[in-house]
Design a binder for this molecule. Structure first.
Ligand code: ZN
Length: 247
């Protein structure tokens, strides 16, 4: 079991699990508590730390999915995001003074003007839209590899609720109106620092009109006639699988 924590406990000086991060790649090793780094939490009783490294020998976070268990992968994704955040917030965004780790919370603080920089999390919605005839709307993003189709997804705008973001994204990307939203689950998604919030919604009207800059193709699919869909690690796959299995 993983217990996310900000502050290391007093007993965290024994053997640790050290997640060495080089860009989006990770190496995981047991060892002593590192001199510097971001504390991640406790995994099965073992304190976990994230440290930045530059040497080779790491496994890309996407490929690591098939190498370690899901929980360890989640800790690795936390490590990648926190190391990236610390590296990109070394200077104050307001006055350019070098920042310092805050002693009270997970933040970097400017000693000159007091500005606090917290780890960035960008909420995004993802939705499986169902029609009364049992079909679901899936779309192929212009950036997707091969012929993969997935759910409609997009970032939440400032001042917008999650529900408003779902309705807007579907309308913008495929020209369809949806309603009767229900929350399903969420998933931290470290590419680069999203929190994916998953919904199901019902089709209310409109013909598919793809937003050319985002969507190459979109269509209604029956459960038994699905195109290529995302791998098991993604919440998109969970939304599609739940629907296809009648959950
Ligand atoms: Zn400052």
């Amino acid at each position: 079991m993983f217990l996310p924590q900000v502050e290391p406990p007093p007993c965290a000086d024994g053997e640790c699990l050290v997640f060495s991060v080089a860009e989006r790649a990770v190496d995981i090793a047991r060892g002593p508590r590192p001199e510097a780094g971001e504390f991640l939490g406790i995994l099965d009783g073992t304190p976990c730390w994230a440290v930045e490294r530059t040497e080779a020998g790491h496994v890309d976070l996407r490929r690591l999915w098939s190498v370690v268990d899901e929980q360890t992968w989640s800790v690795a994704s936390r490590a990648v995001q926190l190391v990236h955040w610390a590296r990109t917030h070394r200077f104050c965004g307001s006055c350019a003074t070098p920042t310092e780790p805050s002693q009270r919370e997970r933040a970097r603080r400017c000693p000159a003007c007091g500005l606090l920089a917290f780890p960035r999390i960008s909420p995004a919605v993802i939705v499986l839209v169902e029609r009364d005839d049992g079909r679901a709307l899936l779309a192929r993003n212009v950036n997707f590899p091969g012929s993969m189709f997935s759910c409609i997804a997009g970032f939440v705008d400032p001042g917008e609720t999650l529900e408003e973001a779902v309705v807007r994204e579907v309308r913008e990307e495929v020209g369809v109106e949806v309603g009767h939203l229900s929350y399903v689950a969420s998933q931290p998604w470290p590419f680069p620092h999203s929190l994916m919030v998953g919904f199901r919604a019902r089709y209310r009207g409109g013909d598919i009109v793809c937003q050319e800059s985002e969507i190459a193709e979109a269509a209604w699919f029956a459960p038994g006639d699905l195109p290529g869909i995302p791998p098991a690690m993604s919440i998109a796959r969970r939304l599609i699988d739940d629907w296809a299995q009648g959950c």
